[in-house]
Design a protein around this ligand. Structure first.
Ligand SMILES: Cc1cc2nc3c(=O)[nH]c(=O)nc-3n(C[C@H](O)[C@H](O)[C@H](O)COP(=O)(O)OP(=O)(O)OC[C@H]3O[C@@H](n4cnc5c(N)ncnc54)[C@H](O)[C@@H]3O)c2cc1C
Length: 416
């Protein structure tokens, strides 16, 4: 966001409490996230870093053949064409972004944002910062942006509306890194060594496999909290056992169960803050909503919202919506509509993975490729998205209850 603001000649200050490089989860990019890095002129830097090149996502269910969603962009004729995106080690990538923001004009304040500075009418004009070297500093702003991620600072500081739990809240992700894995080495796009692999067992119980370099792969298990607690295992033992048991294909690909770093955990990461803008402030990214990590939307959504918010701020500084009760209401609405599509995509996958695979692979592959890439910011509802809505209207589904449903509703038979 800082880079977008600098591009438009808007002075910006980043207040950051951590020192970079620091560990972070969120390593796989969607196609549009790669496109956004290119649009910021960062492609050469990404290539110099030798970040793994991702051609798509391969999804393995408990039985049957895997299905693949390739990374593709829309060209000027609005046709789909192959493109690649990246997997990144976030400690390295976040430092790259931070250094680049500084090089392009950002001012850095090293410290922790504590409370917003408010006028009598409730509008925000800055933030109090507990400085890293001790002391307190009041930073004044025309617009204060909360980009604090899962810390959801704006909510804790009493600026936003309530933080309600999301649909995928009662889950835990446990993750680490491994090596000596079995990767694909074919010529087709779905056989590229650096693709993301997803393995699912049952509702909200799944695993990721995301290459971080030629040797190291990020692996994570996501399960209901209850399941993790019932196992009464340490994070490490849980992760190691699940890597061996969750899906036979995952076990085959990770034969060497030695973790290269500690097993980390993030529980209850799914939430929604509906009012995340106001007079003199707004939120981007995880600071207001996080749905579920299954299809790697986080970095894309945050970065895109950074771009959208920068445009809204430019308009505001030029006089647009200056006296409105909420000058950033349009931005908020636009973000929410995009995120609702992500929610529909993920809900449909969990409601009925088999029907989802059928739509993704056979009926409307182009529409699902668009959604997976992150092309969610348009009012158009594609035929594929419409069918995902249909799945969600029906809710969680067991094919044994109504074997004819797919034929009737989706208008075609599922070939086994
Ligand atoms: C298990 C899991 C797996 C994921 N996998 C993926 C994936 O494969 N791909 C993907 O794209 N996304 C993934 N995500 C999501 C991704 O991690 C986030 O969506 C993304 O990092 C959000 O970026 P952000 O800028 O909003 O927040 P963050 O990246 O968390 O940045 C917030 C920053 O704010 C700073 N901060 C916080 N509070 C303060 C304060 N008070 N004062 C000053 N600084 C502060 C923090 O130090 C931090 O640097 C995953 C998430 C989870 C939970």
């Amino acid at each position: 966001m800082s880079m977008f603001l600098s591009q438009m000649g808007i002075a910006n200050t980043i207040i950051e409490k951590e020192s970079f490089p620091r560990y972070h989860i969120g390593e796989s990019f969607t196609g549009e996230a790669g496109g956004l890095m290119r649009s910021l002129g960062l492609e050469q830097k990404m290539l110099q870093k030798h970040y793994p090149v991702k051609h798509g996502v391969r999804v393995y269910g408990p039985t049957g053949n895997p299905w693949f969603v390739p990374v593709m962009r829309r060209n000027e004729q609005n046709e789909l064409e192959p493109v690649t995106t990246w997997q990144v080690r976030r400690s390295d990538f976040d430092k790259l972004m931070y250094d680049e923001a500084v090089a392009r004009g950002a001012t850095i304040v090293k410290g922790e944002a504590t409370v917003p500075l408010k006028r009598e009418d409730g509008s925000v004009y800055g933030v109090r910062v507990k400085m890293a070297d001790g002391g307190v500093n009041d930073v004044h702003s025309e617009v204060l942006v909360d980009a604090t991620g899962q810390h959801t600072w704006g909510f804790h500081a009493g600026m936003t509306s309530q933080k309600v739990i999301g649909k995928y809240d009662r889950q835990v992700a446990i993750f680490s890194q491994v090596k000596n894995t079995l990767r694909d080495h074919g010529t087709a796009r779905d056989e590229q060594p650096d693709n993301t692999l997803i393995f699912y067992k049952e509702l909200v119980h799944w695993a990721w496999f995301i290459p971080l370099d030629d040797e190291v792969v990020s692996v994570g298990i996501v399960s209901p909290n209850k399941y993790f607690q019932a196992k009464k295992e340490s994070r490490r033992n849980f992760l190691l056992r699940e890597l061996g048991e969750l899906n036979p294909e995952l076990a085959r690909r990770v034969p060497d169960l030695e973790l290269l770093e500690e097993a980390r955990a993030i529980p209850n990461y799914s939430y929604h803050v509906r009012t995340f803008t106001g007079k003199g402030w707004l939120c981007i990214g995880d600071a207001h909503r996080f749905i579920d990590p299954v299809f790697s939307f986080g970095v894309w959504i945050t970065a895109k919202e950074g771009q959208l918010a920068a445009q809204a701020i430019k308009g505001y500084l030029d006089g647009a919506h200056r006296d409105d009760p909420n000058p950033f209401a349009d931005y908020q609405d636009y973000c929410e509509r995009g995120l609702d599509k992500v929610q529909a995509l993920i809900d449909a996958f969990w409601n009925d993975p088999i029907a989802f695979a059928f739509i993704a692979h056979r009926r409307h592959p182009a529409d699902i490729i668009d959604l997976f890439a992150g092309r969610i910011y348009s009012d158009k509802v594609s035929a594929g998205l419409n069918q995902l809505y249909k799945i969600n209207e029906r809710g969680a589904f067991n094919p044994a209850d109504d074997p004819e449903w797919m034929k009737r509703e989706l208008g075609d038979a599922l070939t086994p």
